[in-house]
Design a protein around this ligand. Structure first.
Ligand code: GLC
Length: 804
């Protein structure tokens, strides 16, 4: 069943049926003020930190779901009928494309709702009894505020008098206090009203006086700042007593639970429209509130600001555009996958409808990976992020698992174990990727302090990361598991070893060797790390192969995990895909390992992380054994880990298999079965329930903030479409399905724009750059040289079987 569709022309995802199986959200704002907004306008807003800058409240895992939000209530004075611009919270019976929700013909008393999420904006439309209400929501560029511009239009034949109420619920800024410390926090606010603007003020110990405001651009008829007064006792957002009464009480909360409610009266002649713009923002009502109110009272302000938001996103999305024969790929690749990459880059894993924001800052491994999905569009912002991450690496090579740049000081961090076996190694993917994208090799010589003591060049940081892994190997010469590897729930204590981190270590060494080789530096380092590599390859040959696939590792007692002889799971996905990414064995073995993925792990919704799922609780294996089979890291279809087999198959040249794996978990491909998939068809989720679950196979959970975003984009753009940066130019290595007879990619690279047209389906036979032939070895990939900044390069790549 469908709830919406992609409108590629406007870059919107349009939800025409409001009772989506879960909240389908959008992120408004950039990296300073962020509003998370569902298709029913629920969600929260925060400034800089979702942990300590939470301005608008959301109740997680609550009943009813999806509350509270920014709600706009309408009351018709003629008959007292009341509804909201979004379906929730009043929840009128609704029609869907002219029919009632149960598919029968609709009557005139059904409301029709539409939500249009676009990059940086969301638009909500309600049509009910001749009144059309529209709310346009966005965070203006450079402001710490969210704007909701509400337009009411009378399409009926008689004049209307409507009460319009705008409503927000304030949060007490510090999420832990807000959620737990009621004996204190409920006695801190001092609400005010300044010339029709709601003034949210409170004092917090020690000495903080955060402020926020809620303003509107028309004369305020009445207001409330006390939630209890506006909603009424034993009521909820769906039935506020103030709306029922047709006015607020002008309540000024002194302590208690503050809200912001502004009431307006709107008279509309037939055919007439009126707009009232509401602004909820950080700052003082007297200054910021008044300034923004008067700005939005000026003609064209909303359109002007919406335009700026659009331009902001255009500048980011236009760095890479694609046109392929598959509409689901285009909708994701051109717009939504890229939007999600920008969002994970901004907010790491801190703030979503699943991550309640109690932990802000950057997950080390997560943020190292998140840069890969935005490098093509904002390399200038990636550089400082990399430096932030490098500062969280200790002088002995390991990294802090979690970084809080807002409060970072050198030396103030715990340097004692447990460390993770993978965190530091991701630097060796992130930094070479940055260098390939930008050619900014000077970064390698920049000195960056270590988290504990001293400093070193970036180049030295990278070497220390490799040394840490070398110094932390177990009895079989493989990397120790330590606290965990990429799989947070595989906790191999003591002498437990992980093949994933061993393969990642190999990949990191390969990256380092390639870097040195290309830049002609570090001759002795090359010899040194080549010896590490040779030793690792020997140990992998001896202890890594299980006969038909690679083992996942060894537990403390020496037993294998992910082996045909193991108790519990006998095969793991990451152990096969990363063998390829780490080039850990000869091609035949890598192919066999990937064949095992298709035979034992792949399903129609993606490949499960391990099979069969663990049933017994096993302390030697770790937290993975706490989940029921099919959920999360225990037999779930972990989407992040599903991107790597795509890359692996593309690396092995098995293009059809790569695409089959890619499309199995592509959200846009779930649009028509959204009732089963349940999460947003335009955003990747952390996992899809696996086949071992008794009844939820195919249901996604935990959308938006997942490493899936970055890697799915890398897999699609760099490995399937095959356009990837290299130190000396741009590589084109098409690994698209054999049914695609052509596709186009436009890609910004080091200031030039490459317009690449790939035609045909077989080996590359001819390459034309601006009409001139480039010499190519038949069957090999193409290396496009670096072009002059500002130039546009036309590239035509001919493959052997051309259909045009
Ligand atoms: C979550 C974490 C990520 C981890 C993954 C697998 O997505 O954010 O760091 O790698 O789970 O456990």
């Amino acid at each position: 069943m469908q709830y919406g569709y992609f409108d590629d022309a406007t870059q919107e995802y349009v939800i025409f049926r409001p009772d989506t199986p879960a909240s389908w959200v959008n992120y408004l704002g950039t990296d300073q003020y962020c509003a998370i907004v569902s298709n029913n306008a629920s969600g929260y807003g925060f400034h800089k930190s979702p942990k300590s800058g939470r301005m608008l409240r959301f109740r997680f895992n609550s009943v009813p779901t999806d509350r509270p939000g920014r709600y706009f209530y309408i009351k018709d004075r003629d008959d007292g009928d009341t509804w909201s611009v979004t379906w929730q919270p009043v929840a009128k019976p609704f029609s869907v494309r002219g029919k009632s929700a149960d598919g029968k013909a609709a009557g005139p008393d059904l409301a029709e709702y539409e939500c249009r999420h676009a990059p940086g904006t969301s638009r909500f439309i309600c049509r009910y009894k001749g009144i059309e209400a529209e709310a346009r929501a966005f965070v203006p560029d450079g402001e710490n505020a969210e704007v909701w511009s509400v337009t009411l239009s009378n399409h009926g034949s008689s004049p209307k008098t409507l009460d319009l109420f705008g409503y927000v619920e304030w949060c007490f800024w510090h999420i832990q206090q807000d959620a737990m410390n009621f004996q204190y926090i409920l006695y801190t606010c001092r609400m005010g009203e300044v010339d029709g603007i709601i003034d949210y003020a409170l004092r917090l110990w020690p000495f903080e006086e955060p402020r926020a405001f809620f303003a509107s651009t028309e004369r305020v008829e009445s207001f409330d700042t006390d939630r209890e007064v506006f909603l009424g006792n034993y009521r909820h957002e769906g039935q506020p007593v103030a709306v029922e009464n047709g006015r607020c009480q002008n309540s000024l909360a002194v302590g208690g639970t503050p809200c912001g409610a502004l009431h307006h009266v709107v008279h509309l002649a037939p055919g007439e429209s009126k707009t009232i713009t509401f602004i909820a923002g950080v700052g003082d009502a007297r200054t910021d509130g008044k300034r923004l109110r008067s700005y939005y009272q000026s003609a064209g302000a909303v359109e002007r600001e919406l335009d700026k938001v659009k331009q902001y996103w255009q500048s980011r999305l236009s760095a890479l555009a694609m046109s392929t024969p598959d509409p689901a790929v285009n909708s994701m690749g051109n717009v939504w996958n890229q939007v999600q990459c920008q969002t994970t880059f901004n907010w790491s894993r801190s703030a979503s409808f699943n991550e309640a924001g109690g932990r802000d800052g950057l997950g080390f491994r997560d943020s190292c990976q998140d840069v890969l999905g935005v490098l093509h569009s904002i390399p200038e912002l990636v550089r400082p992020r990399l430096v932030e991450l490098l500062r969280a690496q200790h002088s002995f090579g390991a990294a802090m698992h979690h970084v809080q740049p807002l409060t970072w000081t050198q030396g103030a961090h715990n340097v004692t174990p447990p460390h993770f076996s993978d965190d530091h190694l991701w630097l060796l993917l992130a930094i070479p990727a940055y260098l390939r994208e930008t050619g900014d090799y000077a970064l390698l010589d920049q000195s960056v302090e270590y988290a504990d003591v001293g400093n070193g060049s970036v180049y030295e940081h990278l070497k220390m990361a490799l040394e840490f892994s070398w110094n932390n190997r177990g009895p079989h010469g493989l990397c120790l598991g330590l606290a965990a590897d990429w799989n947070d729930c595989l906790n191999l204590k003591g002498r437990g070893e992980t093949i994933f981190s061993t393969f990642l270590f190999l990949r990191a060494i390969n990256e380092f060797l390639e870097l040195c080789g290309t830049l002609g530096r570090g001759e002795s380092d090359v010899t040194h790390f080549k010896a590490y590599k040779a030793e690792l390859l020997t140990k992998i040959r001896e202890y890594g192969w299980d006969g038909q696939w690679f083992v996942r590792g060894y537990v403390d007692s020496g037993k294998k995990i992910g082996s045909a002889e193991s108790h519990g799971s006998t095969i793991f996905l990451n152990a096969q895909s990363w063998a390829v990414l780490g080039e850990a064995a000869e091609p035949e073995r890598l192919v066999a390992a990937m064949d095992a993925v298709h035979a034992h792990l792949a399903t129609e919704h993606g490949a499960v992380l391990n099979a069969p799922s663990y049933v017994d609780h096993d302390a030697e294996v770790g937290a993975i054994t706490t989940f029921p089979g099919g959920l999360k890291e225990n037999g779930g279809i972990f989407c992040h880990a599903n991107t790597w087999p795509v890359v692996a198959e593309a690396m092995l040249g098995r293009a059809d298999l790569a695409f089959k794996l890619y499309r199995a978990f592509l959200p846009a491909a779930k649009n028509d079965t959204a009732d089963v998939y349940s999460m947003e068809p335009y955003a990747y989720a952390q996992f899809i329930t696996g086949k071992d679950h008794p009844y939820k196979f195919g249901r996604a959970r935990n959308s938006w903030l997942t490493g899936t975003a970055t890697w799915a984009f890398v897999a699609l753009s760099q490995y399937i479409l095959g356009v990837r940066p290299d130190y000396n130019g741009l590589i084109v290595d098409p690994q698209v399905p054999s049914t695609w007879s052509n596709y186009q990619v436009t890609r910004r690279f080091r200031g030039a724009t490459y317009q690449i047209d790939v035609v045909g389906t077989g080996n590359i036979t001819q390459v034309l750059i601006d009409g001139k032939q480039l010499l190519v070895t038949p069957g090999a990939k193409v290396h496009l040289p670096v072009a002059a900044p500002g130039s546009t390069v036309q590239v035509r790549i001919q493959r052997s079987e051309s259909t045009r």
